[in-house]
Design a protein around this ligand. Structure first.
Ligand code: AN0
Ligand code: CP
Length: 317
């Protein structure tokens, strides 16, 4: 595997889940693969889970890890070509990327959508420059349009907790005080569309996601109707994608918060969220603390999804 940016990079998804469950049973069995290999993780944005789980996965594989927070201690990077660099950014990304590539064997990048220019975000301008100029295999640790390590962990978790061959999985928008990227719901939709699940997306009007991720998925604007008979409720906030509101908050309607009453409409569904989650905005205390909440095992599976991706990259070095 030379890049990991979306579901297609995994090839056969059932095989990938099978490999994940095998890795999970014996996560130190592949330590020889990463000996004397270095994983560099570049963060343009904050992280708790991705930072720790990916380092842990790399260490399970015998790799060395280096983590750089670009905005804390590194030079501020100019990303536009042709700019006269007389401002506050001392280094250009076109030098920084190949330099970073010199010091490692595999690079992970976290670079969220900036909501300044939709075309830049949706062309994955930053991530693709790493792919083009680093000379090394690159994996996304949440880029502008996707968070494939999260969605892969979500799929593994659904596989572990499902009680029927084809569960109903509902992705629901929920309110949040800040404008958040569409990366998590995009990737979740991308994976669910490929998985053997009955997939439904519910959100207020105006929050339609990009067609390339939604594809044929059912969109139900009535959240309560969407929840009926669901086996998994996957909550997430995102800002508007459609023009002219790209990156804007259109609603903070607390009637969309996932609560016990709404979970009562489901088939005793498991509650999922990628975390970090704002309690009593996205989900009530009662629901996230209930036995049906699987947010912690879901987060634990981030180590497994990262390990499968790094293992496949090491195997193709
Ligand atoms: C980020 C997001 O919504 O994309 C990261 C989630 C994994 N969340 C926040 O910025 C709160
Ligand atoms: N779910 C997730 O990616 O969490 P972090 O932003 O803490 O890495």
């Amino acid at each position: 595997m030379k890049t990991y940016t979306n579901v297609k990079d995994l090839g056969n998804l059932q095989e990938a889940v099978k490999e994940a469950l095998e890795v999970k049973k014996n996560r130190f069995a592949y330590k020889h693969l990463g000996m004397d290999k270095t994983c560099l993780m570049i963060f343009f944005n904050s992280s708790l889970r991705t930072r720790l789980s990916t380092q842990k996965a790399a260490m399970n594989l015998g790799m060395n890890t280096m983590v750089l927070d670009v905005n804390q201690g590194a030079w501020k990077l100019e990303t536009e070509r042709g700019v006269i660099m007389d401002g506050d950014k001392p280094e250009h990304i076109l030098e920084a990327i190949p330099v970073m590539g010199c010091y490692c064997d595999i690079i992970g990048v976290r670079a969220f959508a900036q909501f300044e220019n939709k075309a830049d975000d949706y062309s994955e301008k930053i991530l693709n420059q790493f792919i083009k100029y680093s000379g090394k295999p690159v994996f996304s640790m949440e880029a502008a349009t996707g968070h494939p390590l999260q969605a892969f962990a979500d799929l593994i978790t659904i596989e572990e907790y499902k009680t029927k061959p084809r569960p109903k999985v509902v992705l629901t928008w929920a309110p949040h005080p800040r404008a958040l990227p569409q990366a998590v719901p995009n990737s979740f939709a991308d994976f669910m569309n490929e998985a053997d699940v009955d997939f439904v997306i519910t959100h207020p009007k105006g929050y339609e996601l990009a067609e390339q991720f939604v594809r044929g998925a059912k969109v139900e604007y009535d959240q309560r109707k969407a929840f009926e008979g669901a086996d998994f409720i996957y909550a997430k906030n995102w800002a508007a994608y459609q023009d002219p509101n790209y990156g804007k908050i259109l609603s903070k309607d607390m009637d969309w918060t996932v609560n016990t009453e709404k979970m009562g409409l489901t088939n005793n569904a498991n509650f999922m969220h990628c975390l970090p989650v704002r309690r009593n905005m996205i989900v009530s205390d009662d629901v996230i603390e209930s036995p049906q909440s699987i947010v912690i095992p879901e987060a634990a599976n981030r180590e497994i999804s990262a390990q499968v991706v790094l293992k496949r990259m090491l195997e193709s070095l």
